[in-house]
Design a protein around this ligand. Structure first.
Ligand SMILES: Cc1cc2nc3c(=O)[nH]c(=O)nc-3n(C[C@H](O)[C@H](O)[C@H](O)COP(=O)(O)OP(=O)(O)OC[C@H]3O[C@@H](n4cnc5c(N)ncnc54)[C@H](O)[C@@H]3O)c2cc1C
Length: 505
């Protein structure tokens, strides 16, 4: 990166969100952009999560870009290696390599109201400016490790599931797995055969449904390759089934009772010990926390080298792990499957808006953004997968692509406005959008299901999930409604200075 490089658009992050944005920019005829990525390669989630057993839990044909169908998915739920390779392939196919700047962690982005652009500083000492910023740093990209007293005294290896230590051989080791979320239930069956002893620290049991994973046959792949419409049909079917489920999550959580029966049968098939079954049975409505998919998790928990401590880890004394209920366990390795900074996105502390406040300060009372994308006081700044865009049951790529439609229209509107212009979400529009979202949220299983989850922020407000269908979100983000924005223009300057500005715009 050269000093003071100026670009039309700076995209931050190179996961599905950042790469998707870059493809969209090119399709809109915008080539003057960079993708700033803190790591040394693309892939985001699928680069960082390389733990044993890591795979998507939405079928691959839906968990991929609509504009880059992949007839070669090897499994219905493909593994991390294949998803990462897919993102590398997208990068090459759409000519994104020249735009990538690796090892460029964004430290600060500041709106310059004089120059009408964002000033961006990166950790490698780079500085650049951009007319528009697309922040795609991901809701699940900064691992969260709880502050456990005495953790420093642990003599063995400690790591988070998203930072797997591949140099460590777990064979024969006493492994403590902390957490029972989506990553943990994939890790447990993958490492159980090699671990000497595996202890799962479970603060809250998860609802786990069977996962219908299978290899996609050569004949199917041939069909998808030669008749692309079959890939689309498959995708459409997967999408439609999930759309039909949304009502139950958002309006009629009581209808989810029969799904609990399927999950209980999934457990009963593998867990014969009634005491263990009791420990593993949730006491909240299914769907309140993310529904997990695994046909291997319960069989692994039933193995003789596995213990379930039905209590969170509360203290570490050397190699002894003490649970909140007083249970003591000896361990050689601690693996945290404790999730990510979701409702307190670290990037928000690094973005300084028009009034000098950071996005984190603006979001002190809870994250909120107009159509999940723009916040008042942050002109020409858009978040991909921003507040209330998460899904409990379908593919995030659908939401990303909707936001990319919005981004494309946002950039078109700026072009139509001409000269130096910035769009700043009106506070009233942001409020109105969020009131609508929060009103709909009241009846949803995420708010009424009787659990606490990472969907809720510190004050108990659900700032992560979209309480509707993906089709509704698609409609809501098709166009930018200019009435929801204030069009900003630079303060009047001398004629010659403004003339220079126009030339540079
Ligand atoms: C293990 C796992 C499995 C998942 N499975 C599914 C699934 O099956 N279906 C589904 O719909 N969703 C799934 N998700 C959610 C997943 O996060 C999204 O689907 C999607 O991958 C998010 O893409 P993203 O580009 O927004 O974020 P990410 O993939 O997280 O990418 C963000 C990028 O931004 C970079 N970055 C962050 N901060 C900075 C900075 N300051 N400067 C520069 N770069 C920065 C990161 O290094 C990263 O490369 C899963 C998540 C995890 C963790």
């Amino acid at each position: 990166m050269t000093e003071h490089e100026h670009v039309r658009v700076a995209v931050v992050g190179s996961g599905f969100g950042g790469l998707g944005a870059a493809v969209r920019l090119r399709r809109e005829g915008i080539t003057d952009f960079v993708i700033l990525e803190r790591a040394g390669s693309v892939g985001g989630t699928w680069r960082d999560n390389s733990y044993p057993g890591c795979a998507c839990d939405v079928p691959s044909h839906l968990y991929s870009f609509s504009f880059a169908p992949n007839p070669e998915w090897p499994r219905t739920f493909s593994g991390q290696r294949h998803i990462r390779a897919y993102l590398e392939h997208v990068t090459d196919t759409f000519g994104l390599r020249p735009h990538l700047r690796f090892d460029a962690e964004v430290q600060r982005m500041t709106w310059d109201a004089e120059e009408f652009r964002w000033e961006i500083e990166t950790a490698n000492g780079g500085r650049l400016t951009a007319d528009v910023v697309v922040s795609a740093t991901g809701p699940l990209s900064d691992p969260k490790v709880p502050d456990i007293p005495g953790l420093d005294s642990f003599p063995g290896k400690v790591f988070h599931s998203a930072r797997w230590d591949h140099d460590l051989d777990l064979t024969g080791k006493r492994v403590a797995m902390i957490g029972t979320g989506a990553s943990a239930i994939q890790i447990v069956p993958a490492i159980q055969p090699e671990a000497g002893r595996l202890t799962l620290f479970q603060r809250t049991p998860a609802w786990v449904m069977p996962r219908m994973d299978r290899a996609i046959s050569g004949a199917e792949r041939f069909l998808h390759r030669t008749l692309p419409v079959t890939t689309q049909l498959r995708r459409g079917l997967l999408w439609g089934i999930r759309e039909l489920q949304v009502q139950a999550f958002t309006k009629h959580p009581e209808e989810l009772g029969f799904v609990e029966q399927i999950a209980k049968r999934n457990m009963a098939r593998a867990i014969k010990d009634p005491a263990l079954r009791a420990k593993l049975t949730p006491d909240y409505r299914i769907g309140c926390k993310r529904i997990l998919l695994s046909s291997e998790y319960y069989p692994a928990l039933a193995k003789p080298n596995v213990d379930v401590v039905a209590s969170g880890l509360s203290e570490v004394r050397g190699s002894t792990l003490v649970a909140a209920d007083g249970t003591e366990t000896e361990a050689d390795v601690i693996i945290f499957g404790t999730g990510f900074h979701v409702t307190d996105m670290p990037i928000a502390e690094r973005v300084v808006g028009a009034d000098g406040r950071t996005l984190a300060e603006t979001w002190k009372g809870g994250m909120e953004a107009l159509r999940g994308a723009t916040a008042a006081g942050f002109p020409n700044f858009m978040t991909v997968i921003g507040p209330n865009t998460g899904l409990g049951n379908s593919s995030m790529i659908l939401m990303i692509e909707s936001q990319l439609n919005y981004l494309a229209d946002y950039l078109r509107q700026l072009r139509v406005l001409g000269g130096r212009a910035a769009l700043d979400a009106r506070p009233a529009a942001v409020d109105a959008w969020n009131q609508r979202v929060q009103t709909r949220m009241k009846r949803t299983v995420w708010n009424t299901g009787g659990c606490t989850s990472w969907y809720l922020d510190a004050s108990g407000r659900n700032t992560t999930i979209w309480p509707g269908t993906t089709a509704e979100f698609r409609r809501a983000t098709r166009r930018v409604d200019l009435a929801e924005y204030e069009v900003l223009r630079p303060a009047a300057r001398t004629a010659s200075a403004e003339g220079r500005a126009e030339v540079g715009a």
